[in-house]
Design a protein around this ligand. Sequence first.
Ligand SMILES: C[C@H](O)CC(=O)C(=O)O
Length: 320
Amino acid sequence: MHSKTSHCKIVDCTIRDGGLVNNWDFSVEFVQYMYQSLNEAGVDYMEIGYKNSPKLLKGAESAGPWRFLNDDFLKKVIPNKGNTKLSALVDIGRVDENDILPRSESLLDLIRVACYIQDVDKALELVKVFHDRGYETTLNIMALSNVMENQLVEAFKLIDESVVDVVYIVDSYGSLKPNDMTYLVQKFQQHLPNKRLGVHAHNNLQLAYANTLLAAEKGVELLDSSVYGMGRAAGNCNTELLVAELQNTKYNIRPVLDMIEKYMIPLREKEEWGYIIPYMITGILDEHPRSAMALRDSADKDNGVDFYDRLTTPEIAHGK
Ligand SMILES: C[C@H](O)CC(=O)C(=O)O
């Protein structure tokens, strides 16, 4: 088992994906402790936030600084960078490419471009810009559980000709089962034999860890995770589980356990993420969890039966 995953690298997304839970309200001290813990644990990358532009995102003024990373601020937060590389995610249409410094002037190493399947062409144009500025790049194709085969095959042609380093299988709705993951990894490998692959899983069906390991064993290299699973809605594959499983001379679980004890358990008392029935319901229905997130914010938060009926009864779901 271990030899089958020795090619893998862990990309911790707690601050970026977990920020979708608490509106990026992490203190500088929290983020510094996270970086130090991941670095001591030997985690390869830490995604420290989004590098979108506040000018292009309305109503985001209240968000914490990890939503719109600023390079000068980042240098103050991480004055002594260790071996753990830093990553930022951008969304097409929300990033101003003029905000992205050349890599030699930034602490960031990796820029990941997220898009839906119909926007792969636009995402690859951005990838080229960031690649030319010296960054490692990934293309993260979201909501793959909802994508049709012909769309994927069209996208593969563009990706194959592009400069992108790593292409991600993203299970945004946490709806993929192990056989779907096997199918997707094989498709990606068949059509993109010269690209490295990554996986980003959500835990709606409690399969994020299993699917991530399965992908790893099949050759996928970059494995996304979050400490204590903190990520949007049902959360992500847990960093501590990956560190424990891939434990070799490189990874060490103790600093991650320390981060959990010191910061994540108290945070989970205030903020909610993880396997909760409304998220499981959107997962089985292969839907974005936004309706479940709205339910969890309401007085009816535990009315799972009514929520299920609403989502599965067309006249109700469409307000007729
Ligand atoms: C590009 C990222 O992987 C986006 C994400 O977190 C998602 O679930 O979608």
